[in-house]
Design a protein around this ligand. Structure first.
Ligand SMILES: [Zn+2]
Length: 380
């Protein structure tokens, strides 16, 4: 017999909620948020919308049980990446115990499990020793504006669980990132008299070499026991207009992954200072522009949330270890910006997220439901 959480998940997958950042044909999160709103209104829980952008609202559901000093937040994003070349991405299909569909794994499996868990908790609120809040957020797959807007509410929250595919592992730390562009400025000239110009591409080549050979090796020293070392990757390069003009501009985009303990703003400032100093000595004119700054997550193993999560996993016979990851999530914003102890937990594997064959194991979704219910009942 099919578990009711799977019915919810199938409904979520049927509703296209591609992040508008991915272009034409993306519906955004509105229709999905209406489904979730109806779901909770039907069982009498208060639901509120928080506008984030035109036609894009976070949805916040509260289960108040008389414990305002102990508030557990469940958070999962509603948006997905583009439908891509997936076959029938909006038609949930179960084969060999796997549910296929865009978003099934990232992160509608977690969202469905959290919704079902909250519905069950709402039936017996007297069993809870905490208030439970669910935030279904927008825009995680692009710029996290949904979660950042949610933080502006300054709701009292004691601890948070962010639903993302962790293979039902308790992820208490993960990396963050600092993405920035570096632009070099030259002087254009006809290519027949290149000495009359300054070649921005040649300058950039020196910077690329510096980043790769000087800055990158030093990052090995910044290593986290659970997440591994800090890294740096140069992802794009653009420069020059045509072959017979000395280029006056060249831009690269760099992705520096930070480890727990690093502050993204500080990391960017340090990179800027070091690079500008080196460029000045080389006679290179450059500018650095921040693109995206994201905190790393580090919730200490001794934190009560981690302990309760481990107990809940143990009680259910699930993996009760504590893990680190290389990718980011909304958890790091909750912790980095507001100091809210947070973990990431959900069904499915990151390997199946964003992929052409996105799926989640049905049994994982069911077990995640049990975990979210058990944690809600034991958190205080
Ligand atoms: Zn996700």
């Amino acid at each position: 017999m099919k578990h009711p959480v799977i019915d919810i998940l199938e409904d979520l997958v049927r509703i296209q909620s591609v992040n508008p950042h991915y272009g034409d044909g993306a519906n955004g999160e509105m229709e999905l948020s209406r489904y979730i709103e109806r779901f909770f209104r039907r069982i009498g829980l208060p639901v509120r919308r928080q506008p984030v952008a035109e036609g894009r609202d976070n949805l916040i559901v509260e289960l108040r049980t008389g414990h305002p000093d102990s508030v557990l937040l469940y958070e999962a994003h509603m948006d997905t990446v583009s439908l891509g070349s997936m076959e029938r991405p909006l038609v949930p299909a179960i084969r060999d115990g796997r549910l296929f569909g865009r978003g099934a794994c990232d992160t509608k499996g977690s969202l469905a499990a959290m919704m079902y868990a909250m519905e069950q908790c709402a039936r017996y609120p007297e069993l809870l020793r905490c208030d439970l809040v669910l935030c279904a957020s927008v825009d995680e797959e692009h710029a996290f504006t949904g979660l950042l807007k949610f933080l502006e509410l300054d709701m009292p929250i004691s601890a948070a669980v962010v639903g993302e595919p962790t293979e039902l592992k308790i992820v208490a730390s993960h990396k963050g990132c600092v993405r920035f562009a570096v632009r070099t400025f030259g002087k254009s000239a006809h290519s027949s008299v290149p000495h009359e110009g300054e070649n921005a591409i040649v300058s950039m080549a020196k910077i690329v070499q510096y980043l790769q050979e000087k800055m990158t090796p030093e990052l090995g020293r910044l290593s986290d026991a659970l997440c591994g070392p800090a890294t740096l990757s140069i992802g794009t390069i653009r420069g020059g207009k045509q072959i017979n003009i000395v280029p006056e501009s060249c831009v690269i985009e760099v992705d520096r992954r930070i480890v727990p303990g690093e502050n993204p703003h500080r990391v960017l400032a340090d990179i800027e200072e070091e690079l500008q100093g080196w460029c000045a000595a080389q006679g290179i004119k450059c500018a650095i522009e921040p693109l995206l700054l994201d905190w790393a997550l580090h919730t200490p193993p001794g934190n009560p949330l981690v302990r309760r999560a481990r107990d809940a996993a143990s009680a259910l016979g699930l993996n009760s270890g504590v893990f680190g990851e290389t990718y980011g999530s909304n958890a790091s914003k909750l912790q980095g910006i507001k100091g809210i102890p947070s973990i990431v937990y959900g069904p499915g594997s990151i390997a199946q997220a964003h992929s052409r064959e996105e799926w989640v194991a049905v049994s994982d979704v069911e077990r995640a439901t049990e975990f979210y219910m058990e944690l809600a009942r034991t958190f205080r």
